[in-house]
Design a protein around this ligand. Structure first.
Ligand code: F0G
Length: 462
């Protein structure tokens, strides 16, 4: 474990394999972005220097994981790699039924496809975009129920990802417990700043769900990162291991969905684990139809082997300390420069309040998208808007109903970039600050019906 008195926090690994990245010219990037419809999702990765688009599936695997790739058992049924994974996941989740899927949203589609439907209601601290889309696709309605004070980007709250228990109970009473398909607790709370959820909050939510006989699903794709915050911020957890904390958190749920592309430390994979046999049987039937047999669910044996190893490595104290502190390093230095960051810094990403950074850009001209575009043009940095491009809707007259916040996320891939890459990103923000009054807004020229941010095309407003 690194001693806190050290001034430089070193990456707790050395590099065995390298992948070249290149800096392009500003003129080149302007052209590339234009071709991509001012949507960085449509850029070629060869044109990106520092890719902070997502922490999902973008991490570097360890030598042990690569070793597992070579020894993975590719048997169709009952593969040893499946047995390894199942054992690791059963021990971590405490749930007897484990279903592998090709990624998180496949687990969501299966579970919410069964639980959802017209007139059904889902409640959450914040539904991630694929979670909401999978729920709404069934005709159900999803409510995000954060405490009001958590919406203040500058307020320090140790567990700003918590669900508002009072609002949750009010919704249960308003819509009737028989209509509540599930409560989904997302740890950490990705769409609200990557903020952690306290054990106290999760326990109280469990008690609330018990009182009303409602299913509690834990979206735990960043449950190890959440455990770090609990250990360091919540009374009574100082001496517990990160693993023990994660186990305790997952034990509170009836189901656990996981995109393994985050804290699973792999490039592909997902999990759905359940306590209830009848529900597990329904899910398994859908799994076989759409993902694959129950002992691989859309994954190769080698993927499952690497995931089983990743789920163990992620709880290494040196790794988690480096992970959370290096994300905070970026956020704290941005704050020092005067960039309005969501405070405190979350686990996997730094979130910037674009509304505050660009007060001259009206909300219906997407200030978050403007920052995303500026970061790419100025520095070849790819980030993602989490604002009204992602979550905006239209009213009957076609006017934008904006998202709650206009954020830009700088997500940090696991074990990929070194401190010099992050220092470079900090330098690019000097240019962003210098140009802040010249930056223009955007309008959407094409959008699909669901998850529009992935494929929308935009134009700069002259
Ligand atoms: N739940 C949460 C909280 C997520 O952050 C994600 C993915 C998913 C579910 C879906 O998992 O991508 O494996 O299908 N988040 C990525 C991100 C895409 O960039 O935050 P998936």
């Amino acid at each position: 474990m690194q001693e806190t008195k050290q001034r430089t926090l070193c990456e707790p690994f050395k590099i065995k394999m390298v992948e070249p990245i290149r800096v392009t010219t500003k003129a080149y990037r302007e052209e590339a972005l234009k071709k991509a419809g001012y949507n960085p999702f449509l850029l070629s990765s060869k044109d990106v220097f520092i890719d902070l688009l997502t922490d999902s599936g973008t991490g570097a695997m360890s030598d042990k994981q690569w070793g597992g790739i070579m020894t993975g058992d590719e048997s169709y049924a009952g593969a040893l790699s499946w047995e390894h994974l199942e054992d690791v996941v059963k021990k971590l989740s405490g749930m007897p039924y484990v279903l592998p899927t090709h990624q998180g949203r496949a687990a969501e589609r299966i579970l919410y496809g069964i639980l959802g439907g017209k007139d059904k209601i889902f409640l959450s601290n914040t539904h991630f975009d694929t979670t909401r889309a999978n729920i709404e696709f069934t005709g159900a309605t999803a409510f995000d129920l954060m405490p009001d004070e958590a919406n203040d980007p500058e307020l320090f709250l140790p567990f700003k990802g918590n669900i508002d228990l009072e609002k949750t109970e009010q919704h249960i009473l308003k819509y009737g417990k028989e209509n509540i398909a599930a409560v989904v607790l997302t740890v950490t709370n990705n769409s609200s700043g990557g903020q952690p959820v306290s054990m106290e909050n999760a326990k109280a939510l469990r008690a609330l769900c018990d009182r009303h006989h409602i299913l509690l699903v834990i979206d735990g794709c960043r449950v190890a990162e959440n455990s770090y915050f609990i250990k360091h911020r919540e009374k009574g957890y100082e001496d517990k291991s990160y693993y023990a904390i994660a186990k305790e958190m997952l034990s509170l749920g009836d189901a656990f969905v996981m995109s393994a592309k985050k804290d699973g430390m792999v490039n592909i994979g997902g999990l759905l684990t359940l306590k209830n046999e009848a529900l597990a049987t329904k899910c398994k039937n859908l799994l076989i139809i759409s993902e694959g047999f129950t002992t691989y669910g859309g994954l190769a044996g080698r993927d499952m082997e690497a995931l089983a190893i990743g789920l163990t490595e992620v709880f290494d104290p040196d790794y988690l300390h480096y992970r959370i502190r290096s994300t905070a390093y970026l956020g704290e230095h941005l704050k020092e420069k005067g960039i309005p960051v969501v405070w405190p810094i979350g686990g996997h990403a730094v979130y910037i309040d674009a509304k505050q950074l660009y007060p001259n850009i009206p909300i219906n001209q997407y200030p978050g998208q403007a920052l995303v575009c500026d970061l790419y043009v100025q520095g070849g940095i790819r980030s993602v808007e989490i604002g009204s491009v992602m979550f905006g809707k239209y009213d009957a007259s076609g006017a934008l109903i904006p998202a709650k916040n206009e954020l830009v996320r700088l997500a940090i891939p696991r074990r990929v970039y070194t401190q010099s890459h992050i220092d470079y990103a900090l330098d690019v923000f000097d240019d962003i600050l210098n140009l802040r009054n010249q930056t223009k807004g955007y309008k959407i020229t094409y959008e699909p019906e669901f998850l529009r941010h992935f494929t929308a095309r935009l134009e700069k407003i002259a």
